[in-house]
Write a protein that binds this ligand. Structure first.
Ligand SMILES: Nc1ncnc2c1ncn2[C@@H]1O[C@H](COP(=O)(O)OP(=O)(O)OP(=O)(O)O)[C@@H](O)[C@H]1O
Ligand SMILES: [Mg+2]
Length: 236
């Protein structure tokens, strides 16, 4: 069976790439799907998250694809055979050949964006670049945008929504600005591995991302394990 690869990227720093990557990978892992993350970011935030992951949590393989100081790649770029879901954490500011390389590996691209006029403007330009430089359409790669760190329902996304609509691209969901994402990040977990009572709304908001990234998982939303896994007890 092929590896389904989802690239999470935005040229804008701090938009939520690592947050979406780690939560998506952790969701697949909790479903016992062989899952890997690939970190293209020299900051290595996703690989750092993986180091914090409890040893009994469902395993996620970490691959390091960041360009090293030597200009070369790490030998740890390999993804194990049999990986069903690969989630790639892209670096801020990626362009040119590196962007093309990441896009060429992917079946779907998720672009998280924060609710500020500057971020929205930068994201619209980035989506344009993806379509042109990344030749996303020519390669039949799906692309969608996710609003992240939304505090309340504001009309701030309207220009972006109009822009996406004009391109026929979906605006998938709005993730709240919520402490549970920070908690999960600190403990090497995802929101689907925290105490469900603490993150019902966040899980609901995240499910459209799962269903979009892996169309085969549609319907799984009904069977999301709402109980707290035994190995997570005492950690959240
Ligand atoms: N929905 C959210 N609610 C609360 N905090 C969030 C949320 N999304 C992201 N954060 C926090 O915002 C910060 C930036 O998020 P994240 O690291 O995911 O962005 P990034 O796009 O990967 O950044 P970079 O460009 O530096 O790689 C982190 O501290 C993260 O925990
Ligand atoms: Mg990051």
């Amino acid at each position: 069976m092929r590896t389904n690869t989802t690239l999470v990227i935005n040229s804008k720093g701090g938009s939520g790439k690592t947050t979406v990557t780690t939560n998506l990978a952790s969701y697949f892992a909790t479903k016992r799907v062989p899952t890997a993350v690939m970190d293209y970011d020299p900051q290595g935030s996703t690989l750092e998250w993986l180091k914090q992951r409890p040893s009994l949590a469902p395993r996620i393989h970490g691959a390091n694809a960041a360009v090293q100081k030597t200009g070369l790649r790490s030998i740890g770029m390999h993804v194990p055979e049999g990986t069903r879901q690969l989630v790639i954490d892209g670096p801020a500011g990626a362009s040119g050949l590196l962007l093309q390389e990441m896009v060429a590996r992917s079946h779907a691209i998720l672009v998280p964006v924060q609710p500020s006029a500057i971020d929205i403007h930068a994201t619209a330009n980035f989506v344009r670049d993806l379509l042109l430089i990344g030749r996303v359409r020519g390669r039949n790669i799906r692309l969608a945008v996710v609003a992240n760190r939304v505090r309340r329902s504001t009309p701030v996304y309207q220009p972006l929504e109009r822009f996406l609509k004009s391109l026929g691209l979906p605006f998938l969901t709005r993730l709240a600005d919520s402490e549970v994402f920070v908690q999960a990040a600190e403990s090497g977990l995802g929101i689907f591995e925290l105490d469900p009572a603490s993150c019902v709304a966040e899980r609901e908001q995240f499910m459209p991302i799962v269903e979009w990234a892996d169309p085969d998982s549609r319907g799984d939303s009904k069977v999301v394990t709402l109980s707290r896994p035994s190995w997570a007890s005492g950690r959240t």
